[in-house]
Design a protein around this ligand. Structure first.
Ligand code: HEM
Length: 418
């Protein structure tokens, strides 16, 4: 039985982005689940928050948006009302506003619609694998995981293929907004006050806004059947997205839909490297692929937490939560909860059932891109594994500096091509 790193220290600061550079603080989450499942954390630059770490409590919070609201923000940082308003996306809405918005943007991301892109995604994956050009030593993230999701999403959105690398870079700067490798303005290291009204407090958002506006203009003149055109078309039951809504949604898609899938793919390859017997089994029996993808999603749980804010007094695990308190639901802790998963620290490609929290669960905010993310991870494995006769680690993996996204940002591999 292998265990993820950092099972030794039960006393780490779960808010410290530097902690995650070493690995997810699993021992700390285990202690919290066992002894203080709804624990209070003071903050030096905020009001403090409750950390919810048990699977069932996370579901309880998720399914009650009328008590645990998203509209005051979904990240730890406290936002002023003008920041919240300017940066608002579907993620920061509650029902019924959320329900109406989601109805507008959901159709192109349904399981059926996404399945219709399968061949396009597969061809793209083959192309990206071909671009490696038979190299035997490379960074899996740089050449594969970083390329595929943005280019796959670009296929759906209808953005030009050649814009892929530029969009990848800008998406990195948003979601990696606290890692100096990806941004010149890491939020916990430099003063980002002048960008406080922009998504992710990042100046890069302005560039994405301008890009989105231009893409919208092109489609307004010449509508096609791509997702951008569909989002801009008037709906039978209501208005299309406004210019502002579209720009924000486009930026959200670039941020939410690319790095998350990249880090999931990378977590998957890393897990398979650490479990060669399961890698061999997966090669032999591709019928396990669907279950393997779910286990990779659970194992990685790339978006580690989301925030809610109590709109009224509430009680959870004998704790009195006051109206206005911040409540962080730690999906990463819930996905390793022994009360829900047998042997959670064992990676098991045949785990079934596997009702993980990687996309959120029982929540109106359950990931909009879940079907796309699943198919991308699956196609990558289907296309890549048969082409390699061996695959091994070729150096030390490097992790992202973030308390929000759990991710390996460099994974050096040595491979032999079949
Ligand atoms: C493996 C990859 C992914 C992971 C782990 C992931 C994770 C999540 C999670 C946990 C949420 C719920 C947020 C909450 O509880 O407040 C979410 C929401 C969302 N995701 Fe994903 N996501 C992934 C891929 C994608 C992709 C590919 C897209 C788009 C193409 C996407 C777009 C969104 C959007 C728009 C929301 C907001 C939904 C709402 O608020 O109603 N995600 N995602």
């Amino acid at each position: 039985m292998t265990q993820p790193i950092n099972l030794e220290r039960p006393d780490l600061d779960i808010t410290d982005p530097d902690v995650y550079v070493q690995g997810v603080p699993h021992a700390t989450f285990k202690r919290l689940r066992d002894t203080d499942p709804v624990s209070w954390w003071d903050e030096t630059d905020g009001a403090g928050f409750w950390a919810v770490t048990r699977y069932n409590d996370i579901l309880e919070v998720s399914r009650n948006p009328q008590v645990f609201s998203s509209k005051k923000g979904i990240r730890i940082e406290d936002m002023k009302p003008d920041e919240l308003e300017a940066r608002k996306t579907v993620m920061e809405m509650d029902p019924p506003e959320h329900t109406a918005y989601r109805r507008m943007v959901q159709p192109p991301f349904s399981a059926r619609e996404v399945a219709s892109y399968e061949m396009g995604i597969r061809l793209l994956a083959r192309g990206v694998i071909d671009e490696i050009g038979g190299q035997t030593e490379f960074d899996f993230v740089e050449l594969l995981a970083r390329q595929l999701p943005m280019r796959m999403l670009g296929k759906m959105l209808g953005t030009p293929d050649q814009d892929g690398p530029m969009l990848v870079k800008k998406g990195d700067a948003l979601l990696g907004n606290d890692d100096p490798e990806f941004t010149e303005t890491p939020v916990s290291l430099v003063n980002t006050d002048e960008y406080r009204l922009l998504p992710f407090r990042s100046p890069i958002s302005l560039e994405l806004f301008a890009y989105a506006q231009e893409q919208a203009r092109i489609r307004r003149d010449n509508p096609t059947d791509d997702v951008i055109s569909r989002l801009l078309q008037p709906k039978r039951d209501g208005e299309p997205l406004s210019e502002m809504e579209f720009k924000n949604f486009f930026t959200l898609l670039i941020a939410a839909g690319t790095d998350t899938t990249r880090y999931t793919m990378t977590a998957g390859i890393m897990a398979l490297l650490e479990h060669p017997e399961q890698l061999a089994e997966l090669r032999e029996n591709p019928n396990h692929l669907d279950d393997a993808v779910e286990e990779i999603l659970r194992w990685g749980t790339v978006t580690m937490h989301f925030r809610r804010t109590a709109l009224q007094d509430a009680r959870l695990e004998n704790r009195n939560i006051k109206a206005g308190d911040k409540v962080l639901i730690w999906y990463i802790a819930g996905d390793y909860d022994e009360r829900q998963f047998q042997n959670p620290y064992t990676f098991n490609i045949k785990r079934n059932p596997n009702e993980h929290l990687a996309f959120g669960l029982k929540s109106p905010h359950k990931c909009l891109g879940e079907h796309l993310a699943r198919i991308e991870v699956k196609i990558l494995l289907e296309e890549l594994l048969p082409k390699l006769s061996s695959m091994a680690l070729n150096g030390t993996p490097e992790r992202l500096r973030s308390n929000f996204i759990s991710g390996i940002k460099h994974l050096p591999l040595k491979v032999s091509w079949a």
